[in-house]
Design a protein around this ligand. Structure first.
Ligand code: PBG
Length: 329
């Protein structure tokens, strides 16, 4: 006799498929990365990220209103810092009137309910393009942590809801959390980039912010002494567990599609919301292939986002957030 179970019964038409569908994508899933630059009237396309832009503060206002109208209620801010303000210690990051601080105020002013998360790392501010302070060819962990904590405090004092440390220094979550608690910011959130790999998929992002490590003697050429080895899986659990113990509210895996195994491991091992970051290189690949007519733009985007949901992600940071909401109608 034919097996009693015919799996195709549950796939016969859209009505039954949607009834048994395990995951759905909604605007609530997304965190929208935004790139901010100095100037006025600036909306410049990032060459390696077609149809993704850097905004000056005035146009950022319009973008944020658009996002809110689409039901996208959380943003993740990155700033492109002018070269003359960069130094080894990321001094400009602590400027109360720096670009990040003004961006936070701008958004909270036009859209007070928008959840504002800020990137915390030295690279956009570093003359060497590193996430930490460089000394004799090394990235100095503990000295970097105190700058990261000060930077986090500055963002929270300015009105950010969450800080998102993306630097991968050891112990930075504890240092940030302690400072925020000591200063009375008990409700400040920390979304930690806990399992962040030394990936080559970040290339277009570094173009966007002009933040790649510089080619100089005594400056490490890559980020492999702090970001994770792409060969490692168990280590992601160690890193994530430590960040939760140190006070992270949300943990993140990054990049996304090439690291879905890690997303699922983290989801299965811990009981806090798990975010995933579909990074710039993933965006660039899908855009480039679809511009060539080699992939179906809309369907491939939705499939990639569904993969994150299946892997167990609760929050998805993606440059496709707006596209997705429009595609879903
Ligand atoms: C910097 C930072 C990077 C990204 C987010 N924060 C780049 C890096 O670590 O070199 C990458 C995001 C992307 O590629 O979309 N701390």
């Amino acid at each position: 006799m034919f097996p009693l179970r015919r799996n195709r019964r549950l796939r016969q038409n859209e009505a039954i498929r949607s009834l048994v569908r395990e995951h759905v994508i909604t605007p609530n899933d997304f965190l929208v990365p935004l790139f901010v630059v100095e100037g006025t009237g600036v909306k410049e396309e990032i060459t390696s990220m077609p149809n993704y832009f850097r905004f000056s503060l005035d146009l950022l206002e319009d973008e944020v209103k658009t996002l809110w109208a689409l039901g996208l209620k959380a943003v993740l801010l990155f700033v492109k810092v002018p070269d003359n303000l960069k130094d080894n210690n990321g001094t400009e990051a602590l400027n109360p009137d720096g670009l990040m601080q003004r961006a936070i105020r701008t958004i909270k002013n036009v859209c007070p309910d928008m959840l504002v998360m800020t990137d915390v790392a030295l690279d956009p501010y570093s003359s060497y393009g590193h996430d930490g302070i460089v000394d004799s060819g090394m990235i100095i962990n503990d000295a970097t942590n105190s700058v990261l904590a000060q930077m986090s405090l500055s963002h929270i004092q300015t009105g950010a809801d969450f800080v998102a440390p993306s630097d991968m220094m050891d112990g930075r979550i504890l240092e940030i959390r302690s400072l925020l608690e000591n200063e009375g910011y008990h409700n400040a959130g920390i979304m930690s980039y806990s399992a962040k790999y030394a990936s080559s998929f970040y290339g277009p992002f570094r173009d966007a912010l002009d933040s790649a490590p510089v080619d100089m003697v005594d400056v490490p050429k890559d980020k492999k002494t702090y970001q994770m080895d792409v060969a490692n899986r168990d280590e992601a659990i160690r890193e994530t567990g430590q960040d939760i113990e140190e006070g992270a509210d949300i943990v993140m895996v990054k990049p996304g599609i090439p690291y879905l195994d890690i997303v699922r491991d983290v989801k299965n091992n811990f009981n806090v919301p798990v975010a995933v970051y579909q990074v710039s290189g993933e965006y660039a690949m899908i855009k480039a292939a679809s511009q060539n007519g080699w992939l179906d733009h809309d369907q491939v985007i939705l499939e990639s986002i569904m993969a994150f949901k299946r892997a167990g992600a609760d929050i998805i940071a993606s440059y496709f957030a707006k596209d997705v909401v429009k595609i879903l109608g």
